[in-house]
Design a protein around this ligand. Sequence first.
Ligand SMILES: *Cc1c(COP(=O)(O)O)cnc(C)c1O
Length: 365
Amino acid sequence: MPVPFADLQLQYRNIKPEIDEAIAAVIRDNAFIRGSYVDAFEHEFAAAAEVKCCVSCANGTDALYLAMAALKVGPGDEVITTAHSWISTSAMITHAGAAVVFCDTDGRTFTIDPKAIEAAITPRTVGIIPVHLYGQPAEMDAIMAIARKHRLWVIEDCAQAHLARYKGQMVGTFGSAATYSFYPGKNLGAMGDAGAVVTNDDELAEHMTILARHGGLVKHQHRIEGINSRLDGMQAAILSAKLPHLVDWTAARQKAADVYNAGLNQIEDVIVPQVAPDRTHVYHLYTIKHPRRDALAAYLNANGVQTAINYPTALPFLAAYQRLGHRLEQFPNAFGDQGRVLSLPMFAEITRKQQDEVIDRVHAF
Ligand SMILES: *Cc1c(COP(=O)(O)O)cnc(C)c1O
């Protein structure tokens, strides 16, 4: 029995009437760009994310750009982020005009090491972008303390961490702003591209809205030069239909993670995800470490278990950052992990039978 890495078709089938009705309503109302469905989702998502303002946009990458542009990041500035993430996080620092400064991860949670942040700060540092990678919050108390001490802003990249909490507090509510992606495979996914940036700062929210809408709130009155980054009505309506299920889907992912942990943690070579105390992990990805990762991945894939590597090359070592001349020894954890991480099938609807199949195959290997 093959086990898929994720099963978006199954999620759709389970809530088909709600999704179909949402799409039909947008077509009926001609509400393709902006309008009531987008406004409604912004309000609903702000409530779910426990923030005052949600500014929707085209994707999670634009969300990062909008937040930094609104915070007036520019040439001469340095922005600190993690060596272990998807490239959007660091690429948007460059596109906002600043220099990327990478920090290693902590070796346990795959999130940025606060000690490395402290060491990377210079007079040019303006902000920090922690990423709640795979669905586990970064060490926010330590990060916020550093930010306060050095008067830096923090933008949380929550693209993989919808509804995760740190010491009971929702991710995305610690820093000046936080960014979300609703890429189809994310914990809350649209049926196309979608994203949002959230904040408790009304002024910042307005600035981000202006930036995302051609530089103005009123048609033909362009106060500044903005970009065009819109959540379309169809995606908004689909996201509104899915949002009420997110709490249950998150709990299902956490339950599935418990099943994997119990089944895999006696295997000496497997390191299951380490969750730090006082953090909830929402398991966008269930990522293990294995010393013979490539052989394990090949074996699982040959036996019908789909896996993924997130990510095969840590950011500092990508061709895109060759100009920075980084050495492997500068990022021992991120470098060590890039050859060992393996993400196993994880989605809210995964069955016990599918998980047993995965667990049995890892044991067999
Ligand atoms: C998915 C993702 C993004 C980008 O989101 P898109 O909607 O694909 O642009 C940014 N950061 C992280 C950590 C992500 O996982």
